[in-house]
Ligand binder design. Structure first.
Ligand SMILES: [Fe+2]
Length: 292
């Protein structure tokens, strides 16, 4: 059930198969997704875009090993997390002064959300320059909103924006850390930044760290232009822009227009997702860049 066998980039990634910043990440990962069309093999339809290949069947571990209720448990967990995500969208609408349902409408039962089950192994000095890289410093490259649950011990660190300091984020097993990805940053024209973060391995000879990470997604066909148009309605973000750049709302909208026009080929959430997965798992098949 290797992820390398999945056209949808779903399945298992073994320790040693991912690198970030040219150092091995001391972790193994299962990736699952919602919105799968059952157990049929994906066949490209006549109107499909390339990114439609991202939606497909999960690869499930042997129930004799993980238990017969594993699959139902994972699907139920993702369903519950979708409810949490929708609650956060409502809060964001309120906090940013956006029209009611303007963000909530981005979610539908067919929207693909992804889940990572991650096991971080203890520090091993024979691995890489530090031997303690659970996952190296990165932003969630095409992520929208990411919910991190630490099952048993801390390890997540975020980089302070105005310095070199790393700050530990003690989430605890009964909550979630909420991380902003690059898709959200792009949707807000960089007014809200994607967080640079990493995971430090547990100390040598200790027990592994486990985390459950829910990557809330968007409709694959959702364009960044349309997302930026939604956030342009936020008087709060307008005020931030005015404060940062001393621009009037009209000038900000003009700047926004330049950014929208200037975006590259990855014009939809789906196309940027697909290119990220392809860069990570097709072009470097045995040394993927971490994606979570
Ligand atoms: Fe991440």
């Amino acid at each position: 059930m290797s992820k390398y066998n999945s056209p949808h980039f779903l399945g298992f990634t073994a320790q040693g198969d991912e690198k970030t910043n040219n150092e091995v990440d001391l972790r193994e990962v299962f990736d699952f997704a919602t919105g799968t069309p059952g157990k049929t093999k994906y066949i490209r339809g006549p109107t499909d875009r390339d990114y439609n290949v991202l939606v497909g069947q999960n690869q499930w571990p042997d129930p004799n090993v993980v238990g017969t209720d594993f699959q139902d448990t994972i699907m139920e967990y993702m369903s519950c997390m979708r409810d949490v995500y929708r609650g956060v969208l409502t809060l964001l609408e309120s906090a940013l002064g956006l029209p009611r349902n303007s963000l909530l409408e981005l979610d539908s039962p067919s929207t693909q959300h992804r889940l990572k089950l991650v096991k971080y192994f203890p520090t091993r000095t024979s691995y890489g320059p530090t031997g303690s890289q659970g996952v190296g410093a990165h932003q969630d490259e095409t992520g929208w909103l990411t919910f991190v649950n630490e099952v048993d011990k801390p390890g997540l660190q975020v980089h302070m924006r105005n310095g070199t300091e790393w700050l530990e984020v003690p989430i605890g097993k009964n909550g979630w850390g909420l991380n902003v990805g690059k898709a959200f940053e792009r949707a807000t024209c960089s007014l809200i930044h994607a967080t640079l973060h990493r995971v430090q391995s547990p100390p040598a000879n200790s027990t592994p760290r486990h985390s459950i990470v829910f990557f809330a997604g968007l409709p694959l066909e959702q364009s960044y232009t349309s997302l930026q148009a939604i956030f342009a309605q936020s008087k709060i973000l307008m005020a931030m822009k005015h404060r940062d750049d001393n621009l009037s709302s009209t000038e900000y909208l003009q700047e926004l227009g330049k950014l929208v026009v200037g975006e590259g080929a990855d014009d939809t959430f789906g196309s940027s997702q697909l290119s990220m997965w392809q860069r990570s798992y097709n072009t470097k098949p045995r040394a993927a860049n971490a994606t979570g």
